[in-house]
Ligand binder design. Structure first.
Ligand code: DX5
Ligand code: ZN
Length: 229
């Protein structure tokens, strides 16, 4: 995975047809997505449940791009090897998931994955300064994690501007997750983000029988974000 700051669109399969992940993934990749975002929820760290390592392992062969796994679970550490073994390229853990995020990030890299650090909307950047040399991605949540289809929280724009200057020329992606549309993505592209997660924004109106809608939605978000640069 060579590093660059080009705009990348990462559809969240949380908004796909859960009975048809293989074909849904083939459709979004054929329609030009850059990464595939997989939302893991435990019904404890967030008030919703999704899927675990066996499901990830089953969908892995269908992903030709990048498997970007967002862990909304606590604790994280006991499951890192299982998610790495399931084939995650990037494993992102929440800063809020426990007292030892430093150890967690070390363990993720130790398991052979790129390490991501996610921040809830209410979390500041103070602690991030001490973690920047051990992450490959910072995910700024622009909704409270747990559900797709929520409204973008505008107060996160300033956070991304500050984060972008803290990162400097380190090879760290800034990923935005929640409420991404052609209206909100440019705000974050201008602030310095390069990876745009979109669930409802990509899957709405389409299906495996109508994949061109996914393509239209991906292109609309990408075009709007690139226009802001
Ligand atoms: C929210 C998840 C997101 C979610 C985004 O808890 O982390 O990845 O799927 O969904 P939209 O794009 O619909 O806000
Ligand atoms: Zn996510």
């Amino acid at each position: 995975m060579p590093f660059d700051r080009k705009i990348k669109i990462a559809p969240s399969i949380l908004s796909a047809d859960f009975a048809d992940f293989g074909r849904e993934i083939q459709a979004i990749e054929a329609e030009g997505c850059d990464w595939v975002h997989v939302d893991v929820m435990d019904g404890h760290f967030v008030p919703n449940l999704t899927f675990g390592p066996p499901l990830l392992k089953a969908i892995r062969p269908h992903i030709k791009t990048v498997m970007d796994v967002h862990l909304m679970i606590a604790p994280v550490d006991p499951y890192i090897d299982a998610f790495a073994g399931a084939g995650a390229d990037i494993l992102t853990a929440h800063l809020e998931a426990g007292p030892h995020i430093h150890r967690t990030l070390q363990a993720i890299r130790g398991a052979g994955c790129k390490a991501g650090l996610a921040l809830n909307p209410g979390t500041g950047l103070d602690a991030v300064a001490h973690l920047l040399d051990m992450v490959d991605l910072v995910c700024v949540m622009t909704v409270n994690p747990g559900f797709g289809g929520q409204k973008f929280i505008h107060s996160q724009i300033d956070k991304v501007c500050t984060l972008r200057s803290m990162i400097g020329d380190r090879p760290i992606h800034i990923e935005i997750d929640g409420g991404m549309t052609p209206d909100t993505a440019p705000l974050m592209a201008a602030a310095g983000a390069d990876v745009f997660v979109a669930g409802s924004g990509v899957f709405k109106g389409g299906s495996v029988a109508k994949p061109e809608v996914y393509g239209d939605n991906i292109r609309a978000i990408r075009k709007a974000a690139e226009a802001a640069l």
